[in-house]
Every structure is written in structure tokens, then in C-alpha cells.
Design a protein. Structure first.
Length: 304
């Protein structure tokens, strides 16, 4: 009776309880009602109905052998983001081929999906492409779409990390680097900035040609200094700049660092103590650059 109760929370709780039952003879007569709950008007009921079907199938496949088809049909008509995410996760475990069929049917739309579903899709694409490299060309386009269309920093970060795992092409490395830089600039959380900067550093060391791409993007990376409020973030950016400085960007780099030193004399950009520490960091960075490229520094008069 509770499976047909007008209160959606009681229905949902009952469905969750059924997930724990280990007696198939008790579950079998309830299956028609459980199936009906997939079409309930409340998402809480639908979400728990999918979960119940998943658990029953995993424990007693003979009771509901068409569970993968049920979940696939449910995905096709469901609008609630949380329900879609849970159903898609379950379909991956029930029948990965059907999960891929669903993904293939909506590749052009994934940029408009909710963040929680996009994250699951990125994870599936990564697993599929690692186990079956022949699928890479099909799904890399979807990763590019998420890089450019997703409004979630988490999704874009995971998409960029997945992209450089699947492809070492210069266009892929450039797109991933630009994404990481953009996240660092736009995200206010210093911990996020540090994590993404670590990813940039790892990218520089892990992929052939990535260092050159990052060298060309050095001035964009240094834009992080304009929005960073944490000295640890600034130090990491400066350390990275020392790794990326070369003959083609050294003059522009030093000019920018000189401007940053001048900013530290303006207390509106931070406390006196913070400005003093930041100024010392900048001066040390310029000194190291001068040691690495003395001929360029002397000939161009960039320090005057």
C-alpha cells in the first residue's frame, strides 16, 4: 500500500527500503507497482524507483530482466537532472553498450545538460576511450563541446584533463591549457586556483609540445596575478613563469613584472605586509630571469 500512497516521500522511502530486501518472493508481486513509480509526477519517487529497479536487477536479474531497457527508456523521457544522472550511472553498470547508445543519441545536446550529468558523461567517455581507443575520434568532439559550452568549472576542468589524456595533438593541448588558465582567472577560490595551476604544471611536463604551447600562453597565465589574492597562488604562477621563460617572451615578461612591482607600492592592492612579501617575490623572480638571460636583459634595457 505504501508504494501507492499519495504522499511522495512515503512512496520514495518505501522504494528505498525495497532496495535492501533479499527475498525475491517478496519483491516479485511488487514489481508492477515499482515500474509504475517510474512515471510518478514527483522526481523523488522516480529517482528511488530507478534505484530500486537497479538493486533488484543486480541481486535478482531473473525478476526484472528488462531493467536496462527500462532505464534507457526512462532516460529518454526524464527531465529532472538528478534523476537522469542516477539513471545514467545505473545504466553504465547494467549495460554499458546501452549507456553508450544513449550517449551517442544526444552527443550534440550534452553542452546543455546539467552539471551532474555532464560529469558522469566525461567519466564514461574517459573509461570507454581508454579501453577502446578506436572510439576516441567519436567522443573527443563531445569533450571539445563541453570545454566551450559548459557553464560549470568542474565539468570544464574534468573535460580538459580528459582531453589531454586522450589526445596529444597541439590543438587539444592548446584547448586544455586555455581552459585551465580561464578557470584560474575566473574562479575566486584560491584552492581551486592552486589545483588547476598544478594541472598546468603537470601538463608542461607530461606532453610533448605542451611546454612550447604554454610558453606561447605565458602572458595569459600571468593574468592570474591580476586576480589572485593569495601569495601562494602568486608564487606558483611566478615559479611557472620561470619554467616557461624563453628568448621570445623574456622581454615582455620582465616588463609585466616591473608593473607588478610598481603595484605593490599602492596599499589599495593589499596590506603593507602582503605587498612587501609580494614585492620580494617579484624581485627574486626578475633576478632569476636576469641570471638566465643576461644577454637579452642587457641589450634591451628592459630594467631601465
Amino acid at each position: 500500500k505504501d508504494l501507492q500512497h499519495p504522499n511522495e516521500y512515503l512512496r520514495g522511502s518505501t522504494l528505498r527500503f525495497l532496495c535492501k530486501l533479499k527475498e525475491p518472493e517478496l519483491l516479485e508481486p511488487l514489481l508492477p507497482t515499482i515500474r509504475q513509480c517510474l512515471e510518478h509526477r514527483h522526481s523523488y519517487v522516480r529517482r528511488n524507483a530507478v534505484l530500486a529497479i537497479f538493486k533488484i536487477y543486480m541481486n535478482f536479474e531473473f525478476l526484472i530482466p528488462d531493467a536496462p531497457e527500462l532505464v534507457l527508456e526512462f532516460l529518454g523521457r526524464e527531465s529532472d537532472a538528478s534523476c537522469k544522472r542516477n539513471a545514467f550511472l545505473m545504466l553504465i553498470h547494467l549495460d554499458q553498450k546501452k549507456a553508450l547508445d544513449y550517449l551517442n543519441s544526444c552527443l550534440e545536446q550534452i553542452g546543455s545538460f546539467n552539471e551532474i550529468l555532464q560529469l558522469v558523461i566525461v567519466e564514461l567517455i574517459y573509461k570507454v576511450c581508454i579501453s577502446n581507443p578506436g572510439e576516441r575520434s567519436k567522443f573527443i568532439r563531445a569533450i571539445y563541446n563541453l570545454l566551450s559550452m559548459s557553464t560549470s568549472a568542474s565539468v570544464r576542468y574534468e573535460a580538459a584533463a580528459t582531453l589531454v589524456t586522450l589526445s596529444q595533438a597541439p590543438t587539444a593541448l592548446k584547448a586544455a591549457a586555455n581552459c585551465f588558465i580561464d578557470i584560474c582567472i575566473k574562479e575566486s577560490d584560491n584552492n581551486v586556483k592552486l589545483i588547476v595551476l598544478d594541472r598546468l604544471i603537470a601538463l608542461k611536463d607530461s606532453a610533448s609540445g605542451a611546454e612550447r604551447i604554454l610558453q606561447d600562453s605565458l602572458m595569459d597565465i600571468l593574468r592570474i596575478l591580476n586576480v589572485a589574492t593569495d601569495l601562494e597562488v602568486k608564487q606558483k604562477v611566478l615559479n611557472l613563469s620561470l619554467d616557461l621563460v624563453n628568448l621570445s617572451n623574456v622581454e615582455e615578461l620582465v616588463q609585466l613584472l616591473k608593473k607588478e612591482i610598481l603595484k605593490t607600492q599602492n596599499e589599495s592592492h593589499g596590506t603593507q605586509e602582503e605587498n612587501s612579501k609580494y614585492c620580494q617575490m617579484l624581485v627574486k623572480t626578475v633576478h632569476v630571469i636576469c641570471m638566465k638571460h643576461p644577454d637579452v636583459i642587457n641589450s634591451s634595457n628592459v630594467l631601465t
